[in-house]
Ligand binder design. Structure first.
Ligand SMILES: *Cc1c(COP(=O)(O)O)cnc(C)c1O
Length: 340
């Protein structure tokens, strides 16, 4: 490593840090340019960009991990590339090839290698790919030009203190409409989540849980993470709905539960009135990894799963295997790891 940076790796949070280089590519007249790494972390765009007025923008999130032998690897970037293209299709933004997407991520990690936290600190290099509609436009229609960029920053564990259960409350707000953009990783869903999150935080909860927008009887998302529960007969259960954002972490955990832990896996409705079926529950996502759910408050009562202070054995095992794969300590299923 040529350069060293002065960062206290063990005390990192989830705050913006400017790293050295970011990737940027422009779409114009029907195609993407070949992209480049730039030092400038500021964008200059038209005041009439669709990203600013009509929410024509999307993002992704993934991580690079330092392995025990000092190498660096990225977890399932092809899945993020595919998901970004599904989002792009939904809001009429141009497709970006999976090769260009992965190449951009690899270039950014290599160019900022000094910022990849050491193995064993619990910290990682977070990659933030995003696409925005830009160019002069005022009517509600797709933008004439687009920017695709990837920047990165070192981050610590999402919840300090690591694997500690936290409590959630049910919100009466929706983050997305039944067949709206809930399944697309667009910023508008996050704008819709700011107030419910604030309300939950003000009342001492880690975040809120969204129910299905049609009937408000089924669990959908846990803040900006997916939900899973472990039933009393040891099945891995996670809700299914078009307004849930398909979490890559969730699909990875389903595979781990099935193939590594030989559990039955079900994607089906999870009724808020039937939480008793679960002995453990958790929230999962790239940032959250696995956050054990201590309890869920609903109609003024807190339903506690395994414990409010201790992590359950199945959640612990899922976490150990997922992190083992991500940090290169456990052999990964084919195609899950891209080595830098
Ligand atoms: C990104 C995101 C997730 C987690 O997806 P991962 O691919 O596991 O990081 C879950 N819910 C929402 C709403 C998201 O935006």
């Amino acid at each position: 490593m040529s350069k060293t940076v002065n960062i206290d790796w063990t005390n990192l949070g989830f705050d913006y840090i400017k790293t050295d280089l970011r990737y940027i590519s422009t779409w114009k007249d029907g195609s993407w340019d070949k992209g480049q790494l730039v030092e400038d972390n500021m964008l200059t765009i038209s005041e009439a960009s669709t990203a600013l007025h009509y929410g024509q923008q999307c993002f992704e999130g993934l991580k690079a991990y330092r392995t025990k032998d000092g190498n660096i690897q990225i977890f399932r970037p092809d899945q993020n590339g595919k998901r970004m293209n599904r989002t792009n299709l939904r809001i009429l933004m141009p497709e970006i090839s999976e090769e260009q997407f992965i190449d951009a991520c690899v270039q950014v990690v290599k160019a900022n290698e000094a910022y990849v936290p050491p193995y064993g600190t619990g910290a990682t290099l977070y990659l933030r790919p995003f696409m925005i509609g830009v160019g002069h436009n005022i009517g509600v229609k797709p933008a004439p030009e687009y920017l695709f960029s990837v920047f990165c920053l070192p981050v610590g564990p999402y919840f300090k203190g690591g694997q500690t259960p936290v409590n959630y409350t049910i919100t009466s707000f929706d983050r997305a409409a039944p067949y709206g953009t809930g399944g697309a990783k667009v910023g508008g869903n996050y704008a819709a989540s700011l107030q419910p999150h604030q309300d939950a935080a003000d009342r001492g909860f880690a975040d809120c849980i969204y129910l299905d927008p049609t009937t408000h009887t089924k669990i959908e998302e846990v803040g900006a993470a997916n939900f899973f529960g472990i039933t009393k007969d040891n099945k891995f259960v996670t809700p299914k709905s078009p307004s849930i954002l398909p979490s890559i972490t969730k699909y990875s955990l389903m595979h781990i539960a099935k193939e590594y832990l030989k559990m039955e896996v079900e994607e089906r409705d999870v009724l808020i009135d039937n939480l008793d079926q679960f002995k453990e529950a958790g929230a999962c996502g790239t940032a959250a990894v696995i956050t054990p759910i201590g309890g869920i408050e609903y109609n003024g009562k807190l339903h506690v799963f395994h414990s409010e202070t201790e992590v359950g054995p199945v959640t612990t095992e899922l976490y150990r295997i997922l992190c083992g794969i991500q940090y290169g300590d456990i052999e990964a299923p084919e195609g899950w790891i891209v080595k830098i």
